[in-house]
Design a protein around this ligand. Structure first.
Ligand code: PHB
Ligand code: FE
Length: 332
């Protein structure tokens, strides 16, 4: 017989977090965030949601670095944020069918910069020395225990955002041993040659190229699409992936994936309910369009290279929501 008791809905469970561990408690609206040695505790009116601390910090790192991203960032099947580009919803159970049916879902809307400030504070205070929320699990120490040190260098990393293209004069630089980006252990076989540029006389300086495979082989982070080339609303966001995408992304527009090395296994579910919809195994050379009405999470058994192609047109979410645009980009 179990002696455990479950708090009935709509009563606040007693606070169990040990206040002597050295972690700050954070509050915004009716949400309170606490951490202990192993878990993040998210308290909201009537209940508490808990997540393993490493999973929570990895998801939080991305939500912060990507400015709440496009659409929904599910930290797990229960908790997350929805970006309305200026304001942001923070929710528990809002996109989980069982929570909705039981009327146990909860959400509040915040000015994005206010929630960002709280999230930055949590990330900074709860990340211990040795834990790197952007690194592959094999390349990071654990996040557990009482507060010990910090890892400001890791949590303050700036996402690469090219103005036009990586490597152009005045734009975000190429990576090299010299500027602190050695070739990753899993990409030791990636060629490091440099493209030759033969511009028509008079057009020197107007043509640019770089070796994207070499650039990605030197990425020190995982599951972090960098904006590497920009043409109007077309953003090419390559990234290196290893183990599990720490968030489950709910799209508010179509997103294209181009797998350029190795393999990623994707789980696709309904955006609103979380009901499973399909599995996709993408091998090098495969191209897929992720529809606007799904959520997806990737699993990469070996470090792999992926190009995420984003459409930055801010009219798209409303066009999908109203039905003016179908959730998929082509009809066959
Ligand atoms: C996505 O949600 O589409 C996504 C996020 C991060 C990645 C790759 C894909 O590294
Ligand atoms: Fe996505």
């Amino acid at each position: 017989m179990s002696t455990a008791t479950l708090a009935p809905a709509n009563t606040t469970p007693e606070i169990v977090v040990d206040k002597d561990l050295g972690y700050k408690i954070f509050q915004i609206g009716n949400f309170t965030f606490e951490r202990d040695e192993y878990f993040a505790h998210i308290l909201y009116p009537g209940n508490r949601h808990i997540m393993q601390i490493e999973a929570f910090l990895r998801a939080l790192m991305r939500d912060v670095a990507w400015g709440f991203f496009y659409g929904t960032v599910n930290f797990d099947a229960v908790f997350g944020t929805v970006n309305h580009y200026g304001t942001v919803d923070m929710f528990v159970g809002r996109y989980n069918e069982a929570y909705r049916k039981a009327k146990n879902d909860y959400q509040e809307t915040f000015v994005s910069k206010d929630l960002r400030e709280v999230f930055v504070g949590i990330l900074d205070n709860w990340t211990n020395d040795g834990f790197d929320p952007f690194a592959a699990p094999e390349e990071s120490g654990p996040a557990y225990g009482a507060k010990h040190g910090d890892n400001k260098k890791a949590v303050d990393r700036q996402r690469v955002v090219a103005k036009r293209m990586v490597g152009l004069a005045g734009d975000t630089p190429l990576r090299s041993d010299e500027n602190g980006f050695p070739i990753n252990r899993q990409f030791a076989d990636v060629k490091q040659d440099v493209p030759e540029i033969h511009a028509k006389p008079g057009h020197e300086g107007e043509v640019h190229a770089f070796n994207l495979f070499s650039y990605l082989s030197r990425s020190d982070v995982t599951w972090n699409p960098s904006i590497c080339s920009v043409v109007k609303d077309s953003l090419l966001c390559p990234t290196t992936e290893e183990q599990t995408l720490p968030i489950v992304h709910g799209n508010d527009r179509v997103e294209w994936f181009i797998q350029i090395s190795d393999e990623i296994f994707w789980e696709i579910s309904d955006k609103t309910t979380g009901a499973p919809r399909s599995h996709v195994l993408m091998k090098a050379g495969d191209v897929a369009a992720m529809p606007a009405d799904i959520r997806h999470q990737g699993f990469s058994p070996k470090r792999s290279m992926l190009i995420v192609w984003e459409n930055n047109n801010d009219a798209l979410p409303a066009m999908h929501a109203s039905g003016e645009l179908p959730p998929y980009p082509v009809e066959f």
